[in-house]
Design a protein around this ligand. Sequence first.
Ligand code: SF4
Length: 373
Amino acid sequence: AGDPGATAMMVGRGIRTGYRGRSPPIMPPQSAPLTIDYVLLASPRGFCAGVEMAIKALTWMVRAFEPPVYCYHEIVHNQRVVDRFRARGVVFVDDIAEVPPGSPLMLSAHGSAPEVVAQAEANGGYVVDAVCPLVTKVHHEVRVRAGKGYRIVYVGHEGHEEAVGTMAVAPDAIERVESRDDVDALAETDQPVALLAQTTLSHRDWDDVRDATLERWPDMWVPGRSDLCFATTNRQHALLEIAALCDAIVVVGSANSSNTLALEQLARDAGCERVLRINSATELPDDLSGTVGLTAGASAPEELVQSVIDRLDPTHGVDEIRVTDEDEYFPPPRALRNLINGVSVGLSMAFGGIATEFDDRSVDASEVLVALE
Ligand code: SF4
């Protein structure tokens, strides 16, 4: 680690890209200078298509309605994103009963229990469900397998919003596990068994639990591709590409972000001696040196990554190592499309400068967040 020649030789499958910071730094570096040689920047990192969709959708609601706009659960698991929306009058609630009848309401990207969706719709206001389509796909799998009489083993984190919402689709047919021990503790069953999962798990955790479940029920049903989403997979692959080359790995993201914690654990499992998960550049320690690897969970804005790079200020620059191009795009939730058409010209002028039909795809969530300031 720390040797530029070795780095160039060893980054095999990843492609080095000319790194250009995309967002202005949030804060100027104020602490003592660090002695970092290189930063290896994993790509893809940060916002995924589902988070992009959800952040833009809430922004369009903020622009279309007088405050307060309500949001069930944190729109994504990142404090900076949540705080920015709070400052624009969004009220985050954990219970639909807290939403005054008739108020505009968004349901978060993690997916909500069917009874929560029904309660929201019965509240009488404009409701936008910003659930990621890939979470919806798992809800569908749960509904179908439960309907066919399967016992569903679901790999997910206790209390995580996505897991709670998914299990609520068929609570009598599903049991949650996180480990081999959990699988061993499951009761025997005469029903056929299906294995489904939270989208943001670590691949190692998934593989381990899948193998344990297969040992117990060799004929069980598993989706052709695991439920772990493309964004989770890509970020983990990119991190693995750089982990062995780094003296330390920095993961930007919140403690309640499942895919961020999966990245942190993956770096440790890959043998990296120093792994730091931070919310922002202010949490960087003063004793980092050598080559630092940098990545970010799917709900962490690029501006946070940029501020970390500014603080690290590597002597020999930043190498971005890209393992794949990620060009997935999720259009706004159906309920929002008419609303966007209604405020289209205003949005175009805000983000494009000319009065024309607004194209949601033409702006990314990072720009939108900066504009919310
Ligand atoms: Fe969707 Fe995956 Fe992003 Fe979750 S991490 S919002 S499942 S794309």
